[in-house]
Design a protein around this ligand. Structure first.
Ligand SMILES: O=c1[nH]c(=O)c2[nH]c(=O)[nH]c2[nH]1
Length: 303
């Protein structure tokens, strides 16, 4: 029996994590865009892998420089910035048939000193990070926006009951517990539904607000229920979003037994465990709407 030939499989390459900060200083009131951008090209790079022929290899250094050069014209939204990069690389090099461009965006707020927001001094706001991903596949463009490390907690209106019990079950049922999680969400915009002029920044702000609203409002019978409520809320309010995926750790808060000290503990003192944690993940989708593998395969991990 002859062994199958060894050939090159799927491949992509580029520059990862280009930290670019763009200051817009047309007026004395400066604006700041702080991004971490990754560019990866897909296409015909066989000769480089098999024969050391770099004729098709647009250097990763050039990809990095392109990111800085494009930033000179302004970032706009991370999604638009990535779409510009995708169009540039696929349009400039015949053998580049697609790729993936990803960004994290770090939020800064103006420092308020003596009651006045400063024109040029900023403070990093929170640990939350906005994410954006553009996948180019021939002429197709998939745009997946997101956010991660959005930490939320509610001190009541959460419980967990009615689960199966076996000889290993020790968890007591409850109708009143702390619910805490770090929300990671990725939502995919409908392919052709989002056209020039669409405001990705506004949409992101709105999705964030809806996620927080849904987390807050209903009694949570399980983090699973809350996750679905949050995803459904976004799809109900945003026609242009085809689907949303959520990954939410259940950050357990255990009621501490204070009885050895002669004290009661009516859900007031908790031990915040950092591990292990439950990990709840799901996609919330529209029935009959396909989920393109080309888009989601480019997302590392569930979210
Ligand atoms: O909201 C929850 N979902 C679970 O699946 C689960 N499992 C568990 O031990 N506690 C919880 N809480």
């Amino acid at each position: 029996m002859t062994e199958p030939a060894i050939v090159l499989g799927a491949n992509q390459y580029g520059k990862a994590e280009v930290r670019v900060v763009k200051v817009t200083r047309d007026t004395a009131r400066h604006e700041i865009d702080d991004l971490n951008v990754t560019s990866q090209l897909r296409g015909d790079f066989t000769a480089a892998h098999l024969a050391g022929d770099n004729a098709h290899i647009v250097p990763t250094d050039t990809q990095k420089n392109t990111i800085f050069a494009f930033a000179r014209d302004g970032i706009g939204s991370p999604e638009e910035f990535l779409l510009r990069l995708a169009d540039h690389f696929t349009g400039s090099f015949d053998w580049v048939s697609g790729g993936r461009w990803e960004a994290e965006k770090f939020a800064w707020q103006r420092i308020v000193a003596h009651g006045e927001p400063n024109d040029h001094a900023f403070v990093r706001s929170g640990q939350e990070v906005r994410t954006a991903l553009v996948v180019a596949d021939g002429a197709d463009r998939h745009v997946i926006a997101g956010l991660k490390d959005l930490t939320v907690l509610k001190t009541t209106q959460s419980g967990f009951e009615g689960y199966p019990k076996d000889r290993y079950t020790t968890l007591p049922e409850t109708r009143d517990r702390i619910l805490a999680t770090d929300v990671s969400a990725r939502w995919r915009y409908r392919g052709a539904g989002v056209n020039a002029g669409f405001d990705y920044n506004d949409a992101c702000d709105s999705v964030r607000a809806l996620l927080l609203e849904a987390f807050t409002e209903a009694y949570s019978a399980a983090l699973q229920t809350t996750l679905f409520d949050m995803g459904r809320r976004v799809l109900e309010r945003h026609d242009e979003i085809a689907e949303i995926r959520l990954s939410m750790p259940n950050k357990h808060h255990f009621v501490v037994d204070l009885s050895p000290f002669g004290l009661d503990n009516p859900n007031e003192v908790f031990y915040a465990a950092d591990r292990p944690y439950g990990l709840i993940e799901a996609a919330v989708v529209r029935e009959g709407v396909e989920s393109p593998a080309a888009a989601w395969d480019a997302v590392v991990g569930f979210c």
